[in-house]
Design a protein around this ligand. Structure first.
Ligand code: KIV
Length: 262
């Protein structure tokens, strides 16, 4: 069992929170070994795992599979699962679908929206599952990619974050807010803000694993630092392997066994 939502919330003002996505047990255990605070099983899986254009192809069945796989790694990090689009249209659906993801190993779930999902946040929290909010650019519903470009919009984002906090969210993702708006939201709430493309004043940061590892080539978000170029590494390794198979250099002696071996 990993960290609790309360432990992550308590990091606000003490140190920044590091969050990465993962969708399978192998990657989750590698990320966990690095001391990442929060592993988000994001519906970005729709793009980086399932090869789709957006997040809408991820339903409860797909999310259940990804959450079970990540939970099998028994991460020390807090495991947060995205609630798929359509799985939290009502407070009742929100609570029962969150409970299902929790039964598979998620310690918290994430929902997109502000005051309009406050009832759902309240219902999930009352069911004993941690809730992370997600405001700004909301991939499930679309809309303008950049938010908080005016004072009025920054004020409305502050109001959304306060509504989520009031409903019981323990943290909130800020996606694609201007640095000023992200700073205003961060100062306005007592829960940690986890930024993506929202500048340095957030209480923590989240990146999609495939972006920061340089594995996803269909889109290269301007805000995502590439820490490695694994796309080239993987293709180079596969090419070497192909050449070795063709030439007979693989398998070598140590890769096979003889009759009578134990
Ligand atoms: O689905 C996801 O990976 C997310 C992050 C980008 C915050 O929601």
């Amino acid at each position: 069992m990993g960290a609790s939502p309360a432990a992550v919330a308590a990091l606000k003002g003490r140190r920044r929170v590091a969050c990465l996505t993962a969708y399978d047990a192998t990657m989750a255990s590698l990320v966990d070994r690095a001391g990442i605070d929060v592993i988000l099983v994001g519906d970005s899986a729709g793009m980086v795992v399932m090869g789709q254009e957006g997040t809408l192809g991820v339903g409860m069945a797909e999310m259940a599979l990804f959450v079970s796989a990540v939970a099998a790694a028994r991460p020390r990090a807090l495991l947060v699962a995205d609630m798929p689009a359509g799985s939290y249209d009502s407070a009742r659906d929100a609570a029962s679908n969150a409970a299902r993801l929790a039964s598979l190993g998620a310690q918290a779930v994430k929902v997109e929206g502000g005051a309009e999902v406050a009832a759902q946040v309240r219902a999930i929290a009352s069911a004993g599952v941690g809730v992370m909010g997600h405001i700004g650019y909301q991939p499930q519903s679309g809309g303008p990619r950049r938010r908080g470009l005016t004072r009025a919009d920054a004020d409305s984002l502050v109001a959304s974050a306060r509504a989520l906090e009031g409903a019981g969210a323990f943290a909130v993702v800020l996606e694609m807010l201007s640095s000023e708006a992200a700073g205003a939201v961060t100062r306005a709430v007592r829960i940690p803000t986890i930024g993506i493309g929202s500048g340095p004043s957030c209480d923590g940061q989240v990146l999609v694993l495939h972006d920061m590892l340089g594995m996803y080539e269909r889109m290269r978000p301007s805000f995502a630092r590439r820490y490695r170029d694994l796309a080239s590494e993987i293709t180079a390794a596969a090419s070497e392997y192909r050449a070795d198979v063709e030439s007979g250099a693989f398998p070598a002696r140590g890769h096979s066994f003889s009759m009578g071996a134990q």
